[in-house]
Design a protein around this ligand. Structure first.
Ligand SMILES: [Zn+2]
Length: 429
């Protein structure tokens, strides 16, 4: 990770601040500004870890901070180590260490072997903006803490970032959940990652999630989560892409055609200005006609449909994943509006209305149809049209995008029932 120091700002600074706070230091608020409080917290941390206390976060300091971000620490076993001893030393628990290292025999730790010790934090942090970097770190943390979670790449973004998916479950009913098609709706990434983390935790403990037996859901279904469909656009909106980066400059140039849309906070599209939720082959020509008539006839922050359906690598990767996994139900997470969209035009798959009603009862969100101008070429539209199976768009939360991370608790409470019901109510083959 890049070196940061006093005077710098951006998501990397926020990640350092979060790590410092989790390590017991006092870096001030997690505001992404590297000032004197953050600098003295870095110096204290460096002293504790035997590093030169220069207050600069370079490679060695990042390496020591990293476990506090990823929420696990690889530990090489020395003579006399026990699981209980490791749990005490790292504020972990024997259960968490056993879950993270299923093939290790607790009574006989092999000297020199490496155990992943879960730290007492979530891998799916809620306090900070989700760049593609953090999405990758969180997924790495999740699979190290819960090896039953498998992380894999489904393709590459325009800027060649991996498009990451996580699967959990061994059942025959595949359920696809995706988030952050739209860049300034990136809050849906930590929201859906937290569902996965709580679900895996409940499964490991033989517990329940949202009223359901987690182990039973795990046996019956296979969840495939794509938490960040649009990593490049998200990096633009969160400030992870530096203002002098050529990709930032080029996006700013495209945004210049749409001066009334705030930049970059109003950006929804992928990095080359195509709205990824208008890129699927379901009424795409109709979407094109509508959006062109509205003036969105060239690449920009939102509503440009692209040159053809699936012209964008992110859309293609999602379409291929969907066909490969043969999803029985899909949920696409967007913000905001507190609404549930459940059909494509008048096309309503068998059982979809009943599932939408269960989602509505659990969340308090309204069952609705998008207006005619927004009724085509979305992922949900394509899924319903192509497979005639239940596909939903959830417009989570209320307010103005990007919703603040302070909304996550409310969003989680409202949407947990949608998450578990998407697994419990997905139709069998
Ligand atoms: Zn959206």
């Amino acid at each position: 990770m890049r070196t940061i120091q006093n005077g710098n700002s951006g998501p990397l600074v926020t990640y350092a601040q979060l790590s410092l706070r989790r390590a017991g230091e006092a870096p001030g608020s997690l505001d992404g500004f590297f000032g004197s409080r953050t600098e003295s917290a870095v110096k204290n941390f460096q002293k504790r870890y035997g590093l030169a206390p220069d207050g600069i976060v370079g490679q060695r300091t990042w390496a020591e901070l990293f476990p506090y971000l990823s929420a696990y620490r690889p530990v090489r076993i020395a003579e006399g180590d026990t699981m209980y001893g490791l749990a005490v030393r790292y504020q972990s628990s024997v259960d968490a260490i056993r879950t993270a290292n299923p093939s290790v025999r607790p009574e006989n730790l092999a000297i020199g072997s490496v155990l992943n010790v879960p730290l007492p934090f979530y891998a799916s942090a809620w306090e900070v903006p989700y760049s593609s970097l953090l999405n990758g770190i969180a997924l790495d943390g999740l699979t190290k803490r819960f090896p039953k979670i498998r992380v894999f790449s489904i393709g590459r973004s325009v800027l060649n970032r991996p498009l990451l998916a996580a699967s959990f479950g061994i059942g025959g009913i595949a359920v696809g959940i995706n988030a952050a098609h739209h860049a300034n709706e990136w809050i849906t990434t930590p929201l859906t990652l937290r569902f996965l983390e709580e679900y895996a935790l409940a499964e490991s403990q033989g517990g329940r999630i949202g009223g359901f037996d987690a182990a039973e859901l795990y046996r019956r279904t296979r969840l495939v989560l794509v938490p960040q469909v649009n990593p490049d656009g998200t990096d633009l909106v969160t400030g992870y892409l530096a203002a002098n980066d050529p990709a930032f400059q080029s996006a700013m140039g495209l945004a210049g055609s749409y001066p009334r849309i705030p930049f970059p906070s109003g950006w929804k599209a992928n990095i080359r200005g195509v709205d990824l939720n208008l890129g699927y082959p379901a009424g795409w020509e109709r979407a094109r006609a509508i959006k062109f008539a509205q003036g969105y006839n060239r690449p920009g922050p939102r509503y440009y449909v692209g040159s053809a359906p699936l012209s964008e690598p992110e859309n293609l990767a999602m379409a291929e994943l969907t066909e490969r996994e043969a999803f029985r139900l899909t949920v696409s997470y967007h913000t905001q509006g507190a609404e549930i969209y459940w059909r494509y035009g008048q096309k309503a798959p068998v059982g979809a209305r009943r599932i939408a009603e269960a989602f509505a009862a659990a969340s308090g969100y309204a069952i609705a149809d998008p207006d005619e101008q927004s009724s085509y070429a979305g992922y949900k539209d394509w899924f319903i049209d192509a497979f005639d199976l239940p596909g939903f768009t959830i417009e989570a939360g209320r307010g103005t995008n990007p919703l603040p991370v302070g909304d996550l608790e409310t969003l989680y409470r409202e949407n947990l029932g949608i998450f578990v019901n998407s697994l419990a109510l997905a139709p069998d083959a």
